[in-house]
Design a protein around this ligand. Structure first.
Ligand code: AHR
Length: 509
């Protein structure tokens, strides 16, 4: 490590370079019946902070602070074997089922009404998935009827009987999950899945024409069927679907931290490839509809540490994939979020997977405390401040060679301008591992001179530093004092190695 900056990364911020509008749905997360995400995650009736519905008050507070606008539910792989009817009605009568996706015992004490009630009280939009693995059209349309029809039909009257008088009004629905993956219950071909998704979607739309549907894209860009899967699925579902899904998880492998820190480059290429495929299908179909994308699972996940589903003990709420995140992971999560923002013109929905305990930004102990992982902070600050219009920026500056992604800019950045408040937000990651980086942004075409109101940073002399139950605030965002706009109208900042920053500016009026 040296005190000498690696160089200066320059770019221009200009409101005329508008790229898209930030949809609050980009700040989505995911609650799956997996491990301890639901049970002892969001829900723990015996916990000292539990509300009258059995949900943990401490976790609910952190979820609000995280600023997530949307939560996907109930899976994930779990949904492909789920009977949603098991999770409604009197809790004492609900069956204990074997969940084959995660070889766990599902008690069904939390189901559709409990989750949707929690989401409403939290002020987040729910995104529900239907089971197209072991079930199909009938179960899917019945669930939409149960959730969205006010009453006077068998399923809607059952919801009212179960104590939920007003319809849940769920707008966004996933047509299954990762159906291209051999691990998925009911895994199938693109053509077969596409046909089933189109027919299920048609029936769901017949129940409630106002709902929006997400068709399954590939489970990740490394799947052997990637590209062709998207083409065939879209060909079948183009009229019913509003979104196509993408999923991606990143981890450091073989000690190659430089590539890991540049994971955004892979996500960027993946999104561009899916956009191209979707637009190809649009052209072939002579359609005027532009398919939007739903990146409904993304995160850092140390998958190489996961033993595989078959090695799991058959338990209730087992401890599954409770990865502890470092400063480096936080920089990567912040950078992936920036990549999503840079594609705000096509990516309209995105979900950090998952919300609590299971690769979550929030951790909780049964009967114990809850705390923020390092990754919590870039997500929460981005969700709070990166609002309004995303501005296109072109960086020129020091370049880092990576094994997996070739040359990448040391500076990863994105800017947003809130048209209402006039607030300008600059997000920045220095991907360099040893040296700091100078940031210099020319502010152009703005209505007034701007001044820096706040610069918060995640950085640490130890890039592996993490938050734990014993030390929950080891890594927190810290204010940076010297960041300012120069007399020449340039925003000047210094970014330490492996750091994430949010710089907020307001007009001087
Ligand atoms: O988020 C964990 C799992 O990852 C989800 O259940 C599945 O959709 C993906 O493979």
């Amino acid at each position: 490590m040296t005190d000498q900056p690696v160089g200066t990364a320059r770019f221009t911020i200009d409101p005329d370079f508008a790229l898209g509008t930030v949809d609050p749905r980009l700040y989505g997360t995911f609650v799956e019946h997996m491990g301890r995400c639901v049970y002892t995650g969001i829900h723990e009736p015996d916990h000292e902070t539990a509300d009258e519905h059995g949900f943990r008050g401490d976790v609910s507070r952190l979820v609000r602070e995280l600023g997530t606008g949307l939560v996907r539910y109930p899976g994930g792989n779990f949904v492909s074997g789920y009977h949603w009817e098991d999770g409604i009605g009197p809790a004492a009568d609900r069956p204990r089922r074997l969940d084959l996706a995660w070889r766990s015992i599902e008690t069904n004490q939390v189901g559709t009404d409990e989750f949707l009630g929690w989401a409403r009280r939290q002020g987040v939009e729910p995104m529900m998935a239907v089971n197209l693995g072991t079930r199909g059209i009938d179960a899917a349309r019945a669930l939409v009827e149960y959730c969205n029809i006010p009453g006077g039909t068998a399923w809607s009257d059952l919801r009212v009987k179960n104590g939920v008088r007003e319809p849940h009004g769920v707008r966004l629905w996933c047509l299954g999950n990762e159906m291209d993956g051999p691990w998925q219950t009911g895994h199938t071909t693109a053509r077969e899945y596409g046909r089933l998704a189109a027919e299920a979607g048609k029936s769901m739309h017949q129940v409630d024409p106002s709902i929006e549907l997400v068709a399954c894209g590939s489970s990740n860009a490394r799947m052997p069927t990637f590209g062709e899967w998207e083409r065939q699925v879209l060909h079948e579902t183009y009229d019913e679907a509003d979104y196509l899904s993408l999923h991606a998880y990143y981890e450091e492998t073989g000690g190659d931290r430089a590539s890991f820190l540049a994971s955004g480059a892979q996500m960027d290429a993946y999104i561009s490839d899916v956009v191209s495929t979707a637009d190809h299908v649009r052209a072939v179909r002579r359609s005027t509809k532009r398919m939007k994308l739903s990146f409904d699972e993304w995160n850092v996940w140390y998958q190489s540490r996961f033993p595989g589903e078959r090695a799991l003990p058959l338990e209730e709420r087992p401890r599954l994939i409770e990865d502890t995140y470092s400063v480096t992971d936080a920089a990567v999560v912040g950078s992936l979020l920036m990549t999503l923002l840079r594609h705000a013109d096509r990516v309209a929905v995105a979900c950090l997977a998952q919300l609590v305990n299971v690769i979550g930004p929030i951790r909780s102990e049964p009967g114990g405390p809850s705390w923020r992982q390092t990754t919590f902070h870039p997500f929460a600050l981005t969700a709070r401040h990166a609002r309004g219009t995303v501005l296109r920026t072109e960086v020129s500056g020091p370049v880092i060679e990576t094994e997996k992604h070739g040359p990448v800019q040391a500076l990863d950045t994105v800017s947003t301008l809130d048209p209402e408040s006039g607030e300008l937000t600059v997000l920045a990651v220095n991907r360099h591992q040893e040296q700091s980086l100078r940031l210099s942004a020319a502010l152009r075409g703005l209505s007034a001179p701007y001044r820096v109101t706040e610069h918060l940073q995640i950085a640490d002399p130890d890039p592996d530093a993490a938050n734990t139950e014993a030390e929950p605030d080891r890594v927190v965002p810290r204010p940076v004092r010297d960041t300012a706009v120069s007399a020449e109208g340039e925003l000047e900042a210094v970014l330490p190695p492996v750091s994430w920053s949010v710089i907020r500016l307001t007009p001087e009026v």
